[in-house]
Design a protein around this ligand. Structure first.
Ligand code: AMP
Ligand code: MG
Length: 418
């Protein structure tokens, strides 16, 4: 029976360790999906403009296509026609002294070099006249063809996570399908004799397995495919079986069984599988017993499988989620092909005084009020790292570094977005 070596790191070193591994993970396989189902996936090909963007000189206003030089005086310009979005002017090059009524998004006719806004002219019969005081430059209210992209230009690079903005751009370039990276397969294993499933009625001394559900949701939100394995009781054989099963995938995430207790077996069993441990604890609160390591690639014999990273997260539900956001999420995003990004830290003003913990980085459930000028963060009152309600009332975590005993209301602090 092995005893895993102990490596306790400070928060920043632990995060740097994860990010170092994140920068070396193997890229997943590539698959093709429809544009619509690419949301949340990571792009695995280059998206290039298939034509100029915009493809024609585009009017950005409702108004009149004119020659700017004709608008310097007060002479009326004769309206010779109209062009709407989706149409093309077919009347030949527009001549001096003329105006063509034009709608937003329509191609500006040849011969015109500016669009005067409908609000800036007076219209009488079939002529317009500049309202005095209004001026017009050549090129005004026109986006020239090719100003946004030329045919063949790279507009999205591999490794880009696909959200609405990127999907819209790919659609504008004619990509009905996209090559994306396959989602890494992540097994979620909750451990503990006290756990029952959500469909079962717990005895007064039992606890429902909420972490299994939280972790699966977190995995999927980060872009992985999450599979919840059966709960492992605190028995070596059960933990062993789950590791043998889970190691066939790319990443294993355990909850519970990583503290110092007699029945905390996860590290021991992983060690039996030849695990390498990068850290076995982090000086943080909550989340101290978090474990990060890797099982080597093994092609034959017991526990055969590919290289597989693992995290052992503490079982207390808030600790589980905090440590997922801090450490699992950045590695998982990299495994999705998105490169090294995150966790997402921002700065905000602390609403009220709060105590620091010398030696420990505190990562506390908090509520960030999104204010345009002064985002403010307030620590949510909680009963400790088992308080799922407090965690759900929060929308972020306040990160308090270990070097201070007290943080005062009005201080600028770091916030971890979730
Ligand atoms: P452990 O890390 O195994 O010592 O567990 C610490 C605490 O977290 C215990 O009070 C457990 O009841 C609780 N806990 C462990 N696993 C889960 C789980 N899957 N869902 C909810 N609570 C859990
Ligand atoms: Mg336990």
């Amino acid at each position: 029976m092995g005893q895993a070596p102990t490596t306790v790191m400070d928060f920043d070193t632990a995060l740097a360790t994860v990010l170092e591994h994140a920068s070396h993970v193997k890229l997943p396989a590539v698959e093709r999906v429809t544009l619509e189902s690419s949301r949340g996936r990571v792009l695995a090909e280059e998206v290039r403009a298939d034509r100029e963007q915009p493809p024609f000189d585009r009017s950005t206003r409702d108004g009149f296509a004119v020659r700017a030089a004709d608008m310097t005086g007060q002479a009326p310009l004769r309206i010779v026609g109209q062009v709407r979005a989706g149409e093309q002017w077919r009347g030949g090059p527009m001549e001096s002294g003329c105006a063509i009524e034009i709608m937003t998004g329509a191609p500006v006719p040849a011969g015109a070099d500016a669009v005067v806004m409908v609000e800036h002219v007076e219209r009488a019969n079939d002529a317009i006249q500049r309202i005095s005081g209004r001026t017009l430059r050549a090129g005004e209210n026109i986006v020239p063809h090719g100003a946004e992209a030329h045919a063949g230009d790279l507009v999205l690079s591999p490794g880009t996570p696909m959200h609405a903005a990127e999907i819209a751009l790919a659609a504008s370039c004619g990509y009905a399908e996209l090559a994306v990276f396959a989602r890494p397969m992540v097994s979620v294993v909750a451990t503990g004799d006290e756990l029952v499933e959500v469909s079962e009625l717990p005895e007064p001394w039992q606890i429902r397995n909420s972490n299994g559900y939280a972790l699966r949701a977190l995995v999927e939100e980060a872009g992985g495919f999450g599979g919840r394995l059966k709960v492992a009781r605190d028995l070596r054989e059960e933990v062993w079986e789950r590791v043998a099963q889970g190691r066939m995938w790319n990443l294993m995430v355990f909850s519970g069984g990583v503290s110092m207790g007699e029945y905390d077996l996860v590290e021991e069993v992983l060690e039996d599988f030849g695990a390498e441990f990068f850290f076995t604890g982090v000086k943080m609160q909550p989340g101290r017993p978090v474990v990060f390591g890797r099982l080597p690639e093994r092609l034959t014999g017991n526990g055969a499988g590919p290289e597989c990273y693992f995290f052992g997260l503490p079982g207390n539900p808030v600790s589980t989620q905090v440590t997922f956001h801090c450490f699992v999420e950045p590695l998982l995003r990299a495994m999705c092909g998105a490169g090294v990004s995150g966790p997402r830290f921002v700065q905000a003003t602390l609403a009220e005084d709060v105590a620091g913990r010398p030696e420990l980085t505190r990562v506390l459930p908090a509520l960030l009020r999104y204010d345009r000028l002064r985002p403010e963060v307030k620590i949510v009152g909680w009963q400790g790292s088992g308080d799922l309600g407090a965690n759900a009332r929060a929308n972020c975590y306040a990160v308090l570094p270990p070097d201070r005993e007290r943080f005062a209301g009005g201080d600028i602090i770091t916030v971890l977005l979730r």
